[in-house]
Design a binder for this molecule. Sequence first.
Ligand code: IPM
Ligand code: MG
Length: 354
Amino acid sequence: MNIRLALIPGDGIGPDIVSEAVRVLDRVAEKYGHSVRYERLTAGGAAIDETGAPLPEKTLRTAEECDAVLLGAVGGPKWDNVPSELRPEKALLGLRGGLGLFCNLRPALLYPQLASACPLRSELVEGGLDLMVVRELTGGIYFGAKERTEDRASDVMSYTKEEIRRIAIKAFEIARKRSCRLTSVDKANILETSRLWRATVNEVAASYPDVEVSHLYVDNAAMQLVRNPRQFDVILTENMFGDILSDEASMITGSIGMLPSASLRSDSFGMYEPIHGSAPDIAGQDKANPLATILSVSMMLRYSFSLAQEADEIEKAVGLTLDQGWRTADIFTQGTRLCGTKAMGQAVAGNIRD
Ligand code: IPM
Ligand code: MG
């Protein structure tokens, strides 16, 4: 397969971790006879420094022409005081909105090798933890009208039925490939958008009689996630609730440096990135954990290119690397082998054998 991939390393540790993901992708491509052509693009703080804007027109246009996007991370204290429409985060929203990536998949997986990093009592996660947050990504309060005067501000939260329907279908399809359990999270006791959300999810559910559906209010869901996370499999929710719950879900796995994400639309195009941020304090020091970005490459092969065997191969190599004891500082525990960003990438690539 010939793949044209947009690479947006971004800020902070972004370039460090993206280099290692490229190393692993090149190794898999070599083994399976694929060719990958990279388009290096700037976004976020790096783009502000270079062009004055967080998302240059060329970045969006070129990304659109590629088959998929691999992004490191954007943002950092250097750009904290720029006007809101120039913040690095605007690049992310611009890419999501501009590319129409309405479906955000955020798996929260507890790696058995890292189980001791889980902050919950071990009996709560006995037997493992593997859930998938499906977050609506281009609607709701993030994209509604915003107003600000001296002493009043508002952010509009709005959803159309079609926006809810298409994300619900994605979530039901995913639930079907997993354990056929789906929890839709809303605030239907208060919000009109949530009442439409719940009614629409129930309509879609009628076409998936094999999937068991439940509805939870978001406050209760936040509580249940730490009380008994194993009750969940697929969590379907709107943009802002998904932002909050996916951070919570990632923390209970204890391995925020390990978790990838995919942002998809209805065709095969997607943007893939680690869920962690740009960690400017350790940028360029060969300290960051590249595994979340490497696993994002695996999601890309699976979701954008239907290369399941190649995706499995990367996941297996990551598992093997952890079995061998390699740990970056964020996941290091006594008795394991501390390593840097590069050594970790090399270990994973080396575990993809002929
Ligand atoms: C995320 C981040 C972004 C969001 C920010 C950086 C705009 O928190 O991807 O979860 O709120 O969506
Ligand atoms: Mg977030």
